[in-house]
Ligand binder design. Structure first.
Ligand code: NAI
Length: 353
């Protein structure tokens, strides 16, 4: 059969220049750390998504195999795998629209996310230097822990290179939101737990994570004697997985789900279609609406629900004002921990060890 298009096919309807440009643009996604526990299932979800046109996988090991395997899936995304040799990072990053970073070591039992700093700080710094050089306009989604410090590291690296756009840098805290939705299901009355909207604010470790159950939609009916345990479970839910995996790492599959949910949302916003407002860890003074939250909390980096648009973070929503007194106290505790974590990240770049 001839594959040639028929000559008499009518021209498509003319559309607005902006919509046309967005629809025609190829969206190139990159996963840095693509061969890992999170990287592989996240790459699978991205490859399966009809929203992704191109997928570049970069890691220090195994990307040719992961890319070859995923390339047999019958979805539109074109796939390439890169290793550090032969300018792999440069090739992977050049022209990227969205870069997701789940590179670095995960926790073992007894470790806090802060214990990962020593190794992961340097990995994130190196990768973000690459972004600054080869894809300075990309949206950067950081999964590598400790997020409370790795996002400030990324910001400092981008600032030093003169390409920092706070609207394009996100710490991925979606797993905390996903956990909150799941853990309170019996009180939300939702058959599908993801239908509940629960703002989880602050940071991404232990008591810096603050679920604002009082602002959940639909409203939650949490018995008073269950409240503390639920907050604690959202804050330390990651430990359940670390313990159950018994030395084999931390959350990977649920994180891939959460990372994909956030990445897909970012791509939708980039493409100019409707996206969900979800919490993410951002540099508040650089995001519209963020200044007031930075002033109220006393920290520059904080996770709040953020509206996304084609240029990135379009608006940080100040949900803190509506929080209960109990939740405001939890935010105070979170801010103390966050200050130390943020300073540690900034200091790592400004005063190298
Ligand atoms: P993993 O050890 O299974 O995979 C990490 C991957 O990163 C490996 O394939 C490794 O080769 C690669 N890598 C190491 N150095 C690299 C470099 N310089 N460039 C590119 N790739 C490099 O670890 P896993 O379980 O996938 O976790 C990754 C990170 O995500 C950890 O830091 C973990 O703590 C974090 N994490 C974050 C969560 C969040 O909610 N934001 C939730 C769960 C984990």
């Amino acid at each position: 059969r001839s594959q040639k298009p028929k000559k008499d096919v009518p021209a498509s309807k003319p559309r607005g220049a902006k919509a046309k440009k967005a629809a025609e643009q190829d969206f190139l996604k990159i996963v840095l750390g693509a061969s890992g526990g999170i990287g592989q299932p996240l790459s699978l979800l991205l490859k399966a998504s009809p929203l992704v046109d191109e997928l570049s996988l970069y890691d220090v090991v195994n990307t040719p195999g992961v890319a070859a395997d995923l390339s047999h899936i019958s979805s539109p995304a074109k796939l390439q795998g890169f290793l550090p040799a032969d300018d792999g990072l440069k090739k992977a990053l050049t022209g990227a629209d969205v870069v997701v970073i789940p590179a670095g070591i995960p926790r073992k039992p007894g470790m806090t996310r802060d214990d990962l700093f020593k190794v992961n700080a340097g990995i994130v710094q190196t990768l973000v230097k690459g972004i600054a050089e080869f894809s300075p306009k990309a949206f950067v989604l950081i999964i590598s822990n400790p997020v409370n410090s790795t996002v400030p590291i990324a910001a400092e690296v981008l600032k030093a290179a003169g390409v920092f756009d706070p609207k394009r840098l996100f710490g991925v805290t979606t797993l905390d939101v996903v956990r909150a939705e799941t853990f309170v299901q019996e009180y939300s009355g939702e058959k599908d737990p993801s239908k509940a909207t629960i703002p989880v604010v602050g940071g991404h470790s232990g008591d810096t994570i603050v679920p604002l159950f009082s602002l959940a939609k639909p409203a939650l009916q949490i018995p008073a004697d269950k409240y503390d345990a639920l907050v604690n479970r959202v804050q330390f839910g990651g430990d359940e997985v670390v313990k159950a995996k018994d030395g084999a790492g931390s959350a990977t599959l649920s994180m891939a789900f959460a990372g994909f949910r956030f990445a897909e949302n970012v791509i939708k916003a980039l493409k100019g279609t409707k996206s969900e407002t979800e919490p993410t860890f951002v540099y508040l003074p650089g995001v519209p609406g963020g200044d007031a939250i930075a002033k109220a909390t006393g920290v520059d980096f904080f996770s709040v629900p953020v509206e996304l648009g084609p240029d990135g973070a379009a608006k940080a929503i100040n949900v803190l004002e509506g929080a209960s007194e109990q939740e405001k106290k939890l935010v105070e505790v979170a801010v103390k921990g966050l200050k130390t974590n943020i300073e540690k990240g900034v200091d790592f770049v400004k005063n190298p060890p």
